[in-house]
Structures are given as C-alpha cells and as structure tokens.
Design a protein around this ligand. Sequence first.
Ligand code: F6P
Length: 327
Amino acid sequence: MLTKSSVRRIGVLTSGGDSPGMNAAVRSVVRAAIFRGIEVIGIRRGYNGLINGDIIRLDEKSVAHVINRGGTLLYTARSKEFMTAEGQQKAVNTCRLLGLDGIVAIGGDGTFRGAQALSRHGISVVGIPATIDNDIACTHYCIGFDTAANTAIDCIDKLRDTMQSHERCSVVEVMGRNAGHLALYVGLAVGATAVLVPESKEDFETEVIEKIRNARLNGFTHYMIVVAEGAGSALEVAQKIKDTICIEPRVTVLGHIQRGGTPTARDRVTATRMGYRAVDILAGGGTNRIISLIDGRMCDIDIEEGLACHKGIDMEEWTVLEAMTGV
Ligand code: F6P
C-alpha cells in the first residue's frame, strides 16, 4: 500500500553520452510517478533543457512503445553552460518556475555532478547510472553496458570470419573512455588473442606480442586483438605489431555503433527497476542519491559518497582472461 506523497511534480532528463535503455528508464520514471499520482515533466537536451526551459509533459501515452528503442526520446547533451554558476542558477530558476519537486537525472558521472550542483541549490535529485562504459564506481552495473557489449561482440564475430579466411590479425578498438570494462568483457566473450585495457600495468610485449607469438606457436594463423580506447588507438597498436613482428593487422574502430540499438533484456529490466527506485526515493522525501546495483540488489548511495568511490576492472574476469588469451 503506497502512502500519498507530498511530491506533486518531478522532472526527468538524460544527459551525457546516450546508452541503450535510457528510454526504458524514462518510461519507468513516468509510469512509476503516475502510479503514485505524481506528474512528470520531460526536460529535453540534458541540463541545457533545464537552463532554457525546453520541456515536454510526459504521460502514459508519451512513453508507450519506447522500452525497446535505443537512444533517448528526451535527446541528450553535454552542457557547457551548466558548468557555470550562471547556468546553474538559470536551471534552478526553471525548477522553481515549473514547480518541480525533484529531478531524476539519467547518465554518467558528469550527469551526477550536475545533479549534485542542483542539490546544493536545494533541488531534490536522484541519479540513475546509464553509460556503456560501466565506469560509475558506486554501482556494479550501468544501463547500456550489456547492449553495447553484445553489439561489439556481434561485430567482432563477423570480423573473425574474414580474418580467419585470410589468416590475418585484426585490431578492434572498443569504447569505454578511460575505463577497460567494456573491452575486458567483450574480449572474454569473443575469445580474443589479447586485450589491452588502460588499467593494466603490463608492457606491450607481454600483453600483445607474446600472446600473438604463443598463438602462432600453437598453430593459429589469425589473431583478434581488442583494444579499449583508453589504452591507445587501434591504429597505433596495429603499427606497433607491424614494427615488431612484421604482420599487417587490419584495423576496425567500432565507434558510436556501440551506443545504439535495441536494448537487451538486462538493460530494459535494470532501467525499469532503477526508474522505479528513483521515483520511490523522491516520493518519500529523499534526495541526493545515486541508484546502484550491488551484487544484483537495488540500492542507493549518497551522491558525494558515490562520486568519491573508485572502481577498477573486475580482477576475477581479468585472471580468467589471462588464462584464455595467447593460447
Ligand atoms: O561515455 C560514453 C562514450 O561513448 C565513451 O565510451 C566515449 O569515449 C565517448 O562517450 C564518446 O563521446 P562522444 O559521443 O561525444 O563522441
């Protein structure tokens, strides 16, 4: 039995790089709010929309048939103006003008720093982690990671066919900004010959050359090297391989294709659970929280604490990868 909340109207926005499942999160926020008798205003184009009053009323119908769609129906942006004190004041003024009792901000750590700024001005905020990089330290999982990984895996499986036929070496660059979570996971899933992530302290010889050499000694004649963008460009890596062992790799940069596409079941369900939780917090008078998934359990953490957390790559996955590569 839900108790009636004093919260009457909330805003929802998506900010930073988009990720598959953001629409499912927006939908969940809208449906969970309406379920409690709370009105929802969509703020378009991230924090720019809050500065400019770029809004849209969201009802049950406006979020119908979006759970399966990639991208974000609210558009997204990385707002430079919101980083200024003037921009933040304009955004706060918009919240007051619209009578918003809280904001749900969906995105990565830049989005949460924005939410933190609003909170310092007395606006209630809750953040939902959504980034294909999976680099938000206070949660084990960010919306979009699973879909992006599956997209990359599908592309690399296709590449493998032609690399195998031509007995070539392929160097594939995956996204992840400064983190190697996506590359590590994808590397495990495609059975890569070697994986380069920014978190690794090993040298190039051990990490890549020795692995290719071992594979060749074991009779293999095609090699799949997965490079996290934060560990260097695939072009540079390919050049280094050529200079060291005289084979000519082909380079593929998967790029923004990893950010699109139909969200997987994992991303839809996680987004839906997180959206519900965010509304639950605001409706209960809570603020300044980031939703997090810890060992499959839905939790929430104070924004300051969450942003101060540190997340390395999964060492168990890394240990397994060490045994699986260069074979
Ligand atoms: O944070 C998501 C992400 O896709 C990163 O993996 C990548 O480094 C960056 O965004 C690309 O940003 P943009 O869309 O501005 O090119």
